[in-house]
Design a protein. Structure first.
Lengths: 518, 609
């Protein structure tokens, strides 16, 4: 029941925001904050630890359309717990940074923000595939309106592009879901959209490969991976700040989540076979995104391309098929959610002040706005993977895992570590260092600083104390049969066991899983 | 006392955090007190810890302090743990001691700068990161310190951020060293993948158990770590960033780009010497890299006109000596030279800074001249540092460099020859610097009033440059002590005499020609000196091979070629839309004609088939 309210509260709250606009006026934002606070209370009452260690922290299963085997089945495990937490945190940020920016149709705006959050939370909780698809669409529509109504100069184009990309990929996913369900019916006579029913299914290799590809493409469009990434720069650039925060911070993570939750566990063999190609795509994304980021002159567009680069690490980690890679992918999702959201908030704050995103008209802002510069420097450093901040932990674990499964691709991915400072420090130089530009921005206000300070704290916490987060996602990854025999942990102590670790490294994938495959 | 080890990096870190917590609005007048004070506390604490460590050595001659669990995934464990042995203690002394003196100096040097608080905050952060680097118990914590010092180097090179060229130098330093760091990161992945741990002591022990000497795995791992070391320590082929790093304030050049950070590569190799021992080829390569670097850099130092760039190339070359020593297996000699170099090179930079301050930011040595009378204290301290750099007998530099050269001879006469030639060149460029800047006619107006915060560190460091050789610590259990033969009387004599020959040669060469040097030399000499001046054209090569292609690629593909495909689809759809709507004319006869045509075509198709 709690899980249901987790989705219902923002839905109802959003409607309330809309309805109350005429009465409350500016108060719509306050109401949105109240709704989020309520939601946070609700979330805080959930148990963060599973009693039996079986992976799921909480489940809710109601019948919905029993005739087709569709149920309203929600479940929470460590990964969804972390991602819902991230969604809520960034929800506050999105509302907070929209406060000064949005000056028309406030009620409707917050309705769309809250409904996007509701859809996203639904995506993270639903484990009935039909329900998942439903929420996948639900989160798309309000985001479309956020871009097309409150966006910048080229908003209609960007919103349409975003919609078409996501819609086409969603259609592909629907076909894949149906194919998977009919395969199950064919083999066992049971019609069910339930993830847990579909999980253990044995498919023949060819079928599995095609269905897996359907899921893979749908999720990598959202992630996004090259070559499906081109909706993202336009959408991010044109969206209002709050929209960019949600897009970069949360919506991209649904793609990564889909890969970890569905595309890999449902088709373990096919995914493993496909792993080199997927890792290769990730590497291409890392390098290509970094290169394009460097080339941009539009600040928001630049940050958008850095997302392409960072999500490439998630792809590499997810398809490394070992505990380091999976955990690293989850850490990268969280850390990137925070750092990218913060960078978009900063870019939005600059745009509000200067009415331009063109870096050619910026420069030397540090003197006029030292706090602005300091915070921007901080998140640029987070983006380039400075140790001590969350992104480093994620990227380090991803590369550590990748190294064990494919050395050549990992070495190529590591080149991203060289390119990241090239674009990150380029931004700092163009905007905050150098000769002072004609018009200078005011420094960050206390309210803006407070929001960003929360994100800075989160980034440091992820970097210095990542263990609670890693512990939370570990049983989930193991429970979803992602980490076969992750308990071979204690190898550290004895030399002969260490030799075994080394030998396994030469063969590529983690040992336990291979047994399961054959 | 040893249990207070964690406080050593914590003090300077607290200094930085105090600045950050106030949102950078810490008053400037507090900054020097906070900045120098925290490092001073760390130095005092280090002295106490060092005294206890040396008088009552802990069991096993090392002390390990686990602070917190950092990362744990499956069998990967990394703790926030500190490790103190003779090697890290030696580094601790250098970092906190020299660091403190440079902080005191900065209080005077940066007194008029508006960004003083920011300056000291970055300096404190640097010292904290450097202390973490040398105290780290595992390679990933070491990597954290390693990247942290790189960050501070970036921040401080670009400290005067309104000049775009400073920003360029700062980014160049960061990106070039990041190339090395990435190699090092891959080395860590390899080590963990094969050894199952990144704990330095356990990993080294396991490497000895598992890997035969000279096998491919230790060779690959050592090579990758060497990549990190040459980046940070500005050795071939990644040495290009250091001369440009002189864009930062002079105390930064002394602290980061002479005494501490740039020697981190030497520390890394010494710390993982077991691995290099298992990879003799790579260890040999370390020596060759050192020899080549020291020769190339001394040639470049010989023709520079900017006082800081002379010293920068000299630093590159002196670190080359340390690499030479590492390559020859003289581990403790390398660390010994690291320490004496920290004294005399910090001194030279600080004295140069005093000159620059007195001359209102004049850095060209040919516009100095005759400073001997006007700045006697600076002159004499500078000479003390120069003597140690040249390695004249009775200085600290002599003790360390002499030992390196003897060890090099034992490893290979060629390494010795390179080192000896380097010693000659060192004497030449150092004498040239002293003669041109401090002797001859006076060119510039001098304001000799220097605050005591500037002069006091100079005096202390001058004493250390001369007598610092006595502060050598036995590094025995931490580093193996190879037997160094005294090498016979002739070798000793030649090795000791070379620097003096160089000085005499320089007196003849540069005394009269201080001015003539700039006037028309022969074309060949001019070409060579232009090549040397540019640092052997490495910048040009990298510019052509890497930077320009990257910029070109970025410029060509700014609009993202992948998107063109999607734009093509959109255009196609629009085209179809336009074509079809053009047919929707509303005229009946067109429709009727089209229907007729269609019918005829269908019938024709039926008949033909």
């Amino acid at each position: 029941m709690m899980l249901f309210w987790l989705i219902a509260v923002p839905l109802l709250g959003g409607a309330a925001c809309w309805g109350s606009e005429r009465v409350l006026g500016r108060g719509a934002a306050t109401l949105a904050l109240v709704v989020l606070a309520l939601e946070t209370l609700l979330f805080a009452s959930l148990p963060p630890h599973a009693g039996d260690g079986g992976g799921w922290l909480m489940q809710l299963a109601w019948p919905w359309i029993p005739r087709f085997g569709i149920g309203f089945h929600l479940a929470l495990d460590g990964i969804s717990y972390l991602l819902v937490a991230l969604t809520l945190l960034l929800g506050f940020m999105a509302v907070g940074c929209s406060w000064p920016e949005i000056d028309r149709h406030r009620g409707l705006y917050y309705l769309n923000v809250l409904w996007t959050l509701a859809g996203t939370i639904g995506v993270f909780l639903a484990i009935d595939l039909f329900l998942f698809f439903f929420f996948w669409e639900v989160m798309l529509v309000p985001m479309y309106f956020l871009i097309s109504i409150w966006g910048h100069e080229n908003r209609a184009y960007a919103a349409m592009k975003f919609f078409i990309f996501t819609q086409v990929s969603g259609l592909l996913m629907l076909i894949a879901i149906l194919a998977l369900v009919f395969c199950l019916e064919h083999s066992s006579g049971m019609l069910s959209f339930d993830y847990l029913d579909l999980l253990g299914q044995r498919l023949d290799a060819g079928t599995a490969r095609w269905i897996m590809l359907g899921f893979f493409v749908a999720f990598t469009v959202k992630l996004p991976a090259v070559p499906f990434h081109t909706w993202l720069p336009d959408a991010h650039t044109q969206a209002p700040t709050g929209g960019s925060v949600l897009l970069a911070g949360v919506l991209l993570k649904t793609g990564a989540y889909g890969l970890l939750r569905f595309a890999i566990p449902l088709f373990p063999e096919a995914a493993r076979e496909f792993a080199p190609a997927a890792m290769g795509l990730g590497v291409v994304g890392i390098l290509y995104g970094a290169k394009l980021a460097f080339a941009q002159t539009d600040l928001k567009r630049l940050i958008a391309y850095t997302s392409v680069s960072h999500m490439g690490f998630v792809l590499v980690g997810a398809y490394a098929f070992n505990a380091y890679g999976f955990q690293g992918a989850v850490m990268t999702m969280l850390a990137h959610g925070i750092s990218a959201a913060a960078l978009f908030m900063l870019a939005g704050a600059l745009q509000c002040r200067l009415h331009t995103r063109d870096m050619g008209r910026m420069g030397g802002f540090w003197t006029a706005a030292p706090r602005f510069g300091g915070v921007a420097l901080f998140f640029s450093l987070a983006a380039l993977g400075l140790p001590g901040l969350g992104n480093f932990i994620g990227e380090f674990l991803v590369l550590l895992g990748g190294f064990r499964s494919n050395i050549a691709l990992t070495a190529a991915a590591a080149l991203g570590l060289v390119l990241a400072p090239v674009y990150s420090l380029h931004v700092v130089q163009r905007v905050f260092h150098g000769a002072a530009a004609a018009s200078l921005p005011a420094d960050l206000r206390a309210s803006e600083l407070a929001l960003l300070a929360v994100l800075m704290t989160a980034a440091v916490a992820l970097g210095i104390r990542p263990q609670p987060f890693l512990d939370l996602s570990k049983p989930a990854l193991a429970g979803a049969s992602l980490i076969p025999e992750s308990r071979r942990a204690a190898a550290g102590a004895k030399p002969e066991q260490v030799g075994a670790v080394g030998a396994e490294g030469t063969q590529g994938f983690g040992g336990g899983g291979r047994g399961a495959v054959r | 006392m040893l249990n207070l080890l964690w406080l050593v990096p914590t003090f300077p870190l607290a200094g930085f955090l105090a600045w950050a917590a106030t949102g950078g609005s810490l008053p400037n007048r507090w900054a020097p007190w906070l900045g120098a004070g925290t490092v001073g506390l760390a130095a005092v604490l280090t002295a106490g810890i060092g005294a206890e460590f040396l008088t009552q050595p802990p069991p096993g001659n090392h002390f390990r302090q686990i602070l917190f669990d950092w990362i744990g995934v499956a069998d990967f464990r990394a703790e926030g743990a500190l490790y103190l042995d003779a090697l890290s203690l030696q580094m601790l002394f250098v970092v906190t001691g020299v660091g403190f003196l440079i902080h005191v100096y900065s209080a005077g040097y940066m007194a008029d700068d508006l960004g003083q608080a920011r300056f000291f905050a970055y300096m404190n952060l640097f010292v904290a990161a450097m202390l973490i680097l040398v105290l780290a118990d595992n390679l990933i914590l070491l990597y954290l310190g390693w990247e942290g010092v790189g960050l501070c180097s970036y921040l401080l090179i670009g400290f005067w951020y309104d000049q775009p060229e400073n920003g360029y130098a700062a980014r160049k330093a960061f990106v070039v060293t990041r190339v090395g760091d990435t190699a090092m990161a891959l080395g860590l992945f390899l080590l963990f993948d094969r050894l199952g741990t990144l704990d330095i002591q356990a990993g080294m022990a396991r490497a000895v158990d598992l890997w035969p000497s000279g096998s491919p795995l230790p060779t690959a791992a050592a090579l990758l770590l060497l990549g990190g070391a040459v980046g940070k320590s500005a050795q071939l082929p990644l040495q290009v960033w250091l001369p440009d790093a002189m864009a930062g304030p002079t105390p930064i050049s002394a602290l980061i780009h002479a005494a501490t950070m740039v020697t981190a590569g030497v520390y890394l190799i010494a710390r993982t010497q077991v691995l290099f021992h298992l990879a003799p080829e790579v260890q040999g390569l370390v020596g060759i890299v050192g020899a080549a670097t020291l020769l190339l850099a001394s040639c470049s130092a010989l023709v520079q006109t900017d006082i800081k760039r002379v010293l920068a190339y000299s630093t590159v070359s002196q670190i080359g000596y340390m690499f030479l020593a590492l390559g020859a297996g003289a581990w403790s000699a390398a660390i010994f030279h690291l320490m004496t170099h920290a004294f005399f090179k910090a001194l030279l930079f600080l004295a140069a800074g005093a000159v620059i301050l007195a001359l209102h930011h004049e850095q060209n040595i040919f516009r100095m001249g005759g400073l001997r009378q006007r700045l006697p204290l600076v002159f004499w301290t500078f000479v003390a540092g120069a003597a140690a750099l040249v390695a004249l007998p009775l200085t600290s530099g002599y003790s360390s460099k002499h030992e390196i050269l003897l060890a090099a001879y034992q490893a290979s006469p060629w390494l010795w020859a390179a080192g000896a030639l380097g010693a000659l060149l060192t004497a030449l460029y150092t004498s040239r610097l002293v003669l041109v800047a401090f002797f001859g006619p006076q060119h510039a107006e001098v304001h000799p009033a220097l605050p005591v915060t500037v002069t006091l560190p100079l005096v202390v460091l001058a004493v250390l440059s001369i007598a610092g050789g006595w502060l050598r610590m036995p590094l025995a259990p931490a580093l193996p002590e190879p037997e160094i033969h005294s090498g016979g009387f002739a070798l000793n004599l030649v090795t000791a005499a070379i620097p003096m020959v160089g000085v005499v040669l320089a007196l003849g060469l540069f005394r009269q020609r201080a001015e003539a040097a700039a006037a028309g030399p022969s074309p060949f000499v001019a070409d060579v000196s232009r090549l040397w001046f540019s640092g052997w054209g490495f910048d040009w090569i990298y510019q052509q091979l890497l930077v320009r292609p990257f910029l070109g690629l970025a410029a060509v593909n700014r609009a993202d070629v992948v998107d063109a495909a999607y734009r093509g689809i959109a255009r196609l759809a629009r085209l179809g839309h336009r074509a079809l709507s053009a047919s929707q004319t509303g005229r009946l006869r067109w429709y009727a004609a089209a229907m007729l045509l269609g019918t005829v075509l269908v019938l024709a198709a039926g008949v033909v088939s």
